[in-house]
Design a protein around this ligand. Structure first.
Ligand code: ATP
Length: 243
């Protein structure tokens, strides 16, 4: 569904992505894990058309996204849940969700109230807080709202930028349970995370990005069993030979 080949992008003189290649098959959940500053956000923003690539190619359903604007990319079914959520704090939960349907064609927008109910059944807390201002929600609830808002755009590929960031550990579990549920319903997911444990727990496959380059790839199991990944991203120490 998504194919990224030799992608290069950056800011001014700063080269961030240095020839990134990866793919996501339909129905898969794929995780890109990496440390702070490795280029994860830049990668998703480039796919979403928020940053212009300098070289390489992004294909969505074999169609090049290279010169398309973000609204067009979204309307093709490629939606981003941004890092830091970016919900509209002075609007209600419902208004934030309805904004997610803004780019849909008129015929699909007519079914927005059914979509809204589906999202409320996925995130019960959003239904309870329907009329509450988004700015008064907790970090975890805002994350759920940002995911819900992206789902209102009826994505086929949902890209998520660090859904665990700034969220309490128990809530991270809830959010990832929902990601698992979305995957079970057939949604294709590309997520980037520093929290390798959470991301590899739900992903089928994964990539490790370091300073703008993919340095490892494999099934989620292979990555979780990899001693380098365990040491650098899963918080496990190497055992000394004499231990
Ligand atoms: P994080 O976990 O902090 O989000 P990341 O892996 O998503 O990390 P990016 O946000 O893609 O990393 O940043 C990659 C590099 O690009 C970093 O060195 C960062 O300082 C730099 N960078 C990010 N955004 C900008 C910007 N708007 N202007 C200049 N440099 C930027």
């Amino acid at each position: 569904m998504l194919k990224i080949a030799n992608l290069e992008a950056g800011y001014g003189a700063l080269r961030v992505l240095k020839g990134v290649s990866l793919h996501v098959n339909a129905g898969e959940a794929v995780a890109v894990i990496g440390a702070n500053g490795a280029g994860k956000t830049t990668l998703l923003k480039t796919v979403a058309g928020l940053i212009k690539s300098r070289a390489g190619e992004v294909l969505f359903d074999d169609r090049s996204l290279g010169h398309l604007r973000t609204e067009r990319i979204m309307s093709l079914g490629c939606c981003l849940v941004p890092e830091g959520r970016h919900v509209f704090g002075t609007m209600t939960v419902r208004e934030n969700l309805m904004l997610g349907a803004y780019g849909l064609p008129r015929s699909a927008r007519a079914q927005s109230s059914e979509d809204l109910e589906r999202i409320y059944s996925l995130f019960g807390i959003l239904k309870e807080r329907d009329k509450q201002l988004a700015g008064t929600l907790s970090g975890g609830q805002q994350q759920m709202l940002a995911i819900g808002r992206a789902l209102m755009g009826r994505p086929r590929l949902l890209m998520m930028d660090e859904p665990s960031m700034g969220v309490a550990p128990l809530v991270v579990r809830d959010i990832y349970r929902t990601v698992e549920e979305l995957k079970q319903h057939g949604l294709t997911i590309l997520l980037v995370e520093q929290n390798a444990h959470a991301a590899l727990g739900v992903a089928d496959r994964g990539y490790v990005i370091e300073t703008g380059q993919i340095v490892l790839q494999g099934t989620a199991r292979e990555l979780m069993d990899n001693p380098e990944v365990q040491r650098a991203y899963l918080g496990k120490e190497y055992r000394r030979i004499d231990e």
